[in-house]
Design a protein around this ligand. Structure first.
Ligand code: ATP
Ligand code: MG
Length: 425
């Protein structure tokens, strides 16, 4: 036998048994985003490497070790997008969407990071990303968080809690960086190699360390709250009032700094303890400096991204309803004339009920084997056609999920009978 080609580690197929669940979640989210005035933007999966280096920042896990970077045939360095914000900002600038305008955008799709694959952490994973550009907040910051809360609520997800923090302005953060540098310098011996490297280049990123041995030292470090500037403190206060009004409980976590360099003021993360070590389901924050840093005019901005793979898993764990099998109505047809009638009836049903999933038995088979397929398809109703039924222009209707006699119905009445049996949505 010819050798099989293996899939790539950390990149999985989402199989038909699962895509219905994904689509169900995506449609709930998209409806909510539209209700808040967000519109979809679709950006390339690949950008110039420089875009991510500059926007995400050199001293980040993503840029240091997680990017899929390669040269194209013209020796231009390209990178598979590890996140969406950089590309959206680039698209906003390239297409003149940001100057004197405000944008509420969302973008969904695969992202790529060369990470150690494990439960909840993959090399190709999926994000749903939302960005509000041109808004200074804190009102929009609050609205974005309220919008995410509505998503959990409508999906019936209860085990998530909100952590928030303020990173202040670049100026006030510089003061904090100094006190943090002094603190970690006093504890150099306790730092791991990664953190020592970060101490030189961006000490804030030490707080983001995932090494459990660093936990105690990080917990005792000075907090950013002590050095927050007055305006950022007022912004933070107003945000918390609006969240409070909306009944959203949050936990202020002064260690929350997020992985990316370009954040300012508000940062937040929705976390759960139901997914093991990979607890962040949605993370976001304000990045007022980024657009200018990327060559556009100064534009305030805030956004978040949901890790869809984690959300789907959480939805499943929360008992989220799984859509049924692949069809609602299965048409069993034994013989050539029966098949022709089956095709006509199926098209009539699809005309009448655009949301009904109708499957006509293809590939022949005995009555018994077709009935087995009907059962496996998840259909609620089987329509059965044989020689006798065709001769009388009738069809036998059998309810597959409850005990009842099958009954003979004239072709003209099939639509109505199906409507009564399944509901005419
Ligand atoms: P983490 O701390 O888990 O590495 P992050 O800070 O790198 O997350 P972001 O860059 O903010 O994450 O991405 C937003 C969301 O995308 C995360 O909250 C998470 O749900 C999801 N996510 C990030 N990386 C992965 C991955 N490799 N596989 C699956 N989901 C991911
Ligand atoms: Mg990460």
């Amino acid at each position: 036998m010819t050798e099989q080609i293996q899939p790539i580690r950390g990149m999985s197929d989402i199989l038909p048994a699962d895509t219905a669940l994904w689509q169900q979640i995506e449609s709930v989210i998209q409806r909510i985003l539209a209700a808040y005035g967000y519109r979809e933007i679709r950006i390339p999966l690949v950008e110039r490497t420089e875009l991510f280096r500059r926007s995400i920042g050199e001293v980040t896990d993503i840029v240091e070790k997680e990017m899929y970077t390669f040269n194209d045939r013209n020796d231009v360095s390209l990178t598979l997008r590890p996140e969406a914000t950089a590309g959206i900002v680039r698209a906003g600038i390239s297409n003149g969407l940001l100057h004197n305008q405000r944008q509420k955008l969302w973008c969904a799709g695969p992202m790529f990071r060369y990470e150690k694959p494990q439960k909840g952490r993959y090399r190709q994973f999926h994000q749903l990303d939302v960005e509000a550009l041109g808004y200074t907040g804190p009102d929009i910051d609050a609205e974005l968080i309220i919008m995410s809360q509505r998503i959990w609520q409508e999906l019936g997800i209860e085990d998530v809690c909100l952590q928030i923090n303020s990173l202040g302005t670049p100026e006030s953060r510089a003061v904090y960086k100094d006190s943090l540098t002094a603190y970690f310098n006093r504890h150099l011996d306790a730092l791991d190699a990664d953190s020592r490297n970060r101490l030189q280049r961006n000490p804030l990123r030490i707080l983001d360390s995932k090494n459990p041995d660093m936990r105690a030292l990080i917990d005792a470090a000075p907090t950013i709250t002590d050095t927050l500037d007055a305006e950022s403190a007022a912004h933070f206060e107003a945000l918390r009032t609006l969240l409070d009004d909306a009944g959203i409980a949050c936990q202020v976590n002064p260690r929350l700094v997020r992985g990316l360099d370009y954040y300012s003021r508000t940062v937040f993360e929705w976390v759960t303890d139901r997914l093991g070590a990979q607890g962040a389901v949605c993370s976001g924050g304000r990045y007022d400096g980024l657009v200018e840093h990327m060559g556009g005019r100064k534009t305030p901005a805030v956004g978040w991204a949901i890790g869809m793979d984690r959300l789907v898993e959480l939805y499943r764990l929360s008992g989220g309803a799984l859509p049924g099998g692949q069809s609602d109505v299965y048409i069993v047809a034994v013989g050539d004339e029966a098949l022709r009638a089956a095709f006509r009836i199926a098209e009539g049903l699809r005309d009448e009920y655009p949301n009904l999933r109708v499957e006509t038995n293809c590939g022949g088979g005995s009555f018994k084997s077709q009935m087995k397929r009907a059962d496996r398809s998840g259909a609620v109703v089987a329509l059965i056609l044989g020689e006798e039924e065709v001769a009388g222009k009738t069809v036998n209707v059998k309810l597959l999920r409850e005990k009842s006699e099958q009954r003979r119905v004239a072709w003209d009445d099939v639509c109505k009978v199906i409507g009564d049996a399944i509901g005419d949505d």
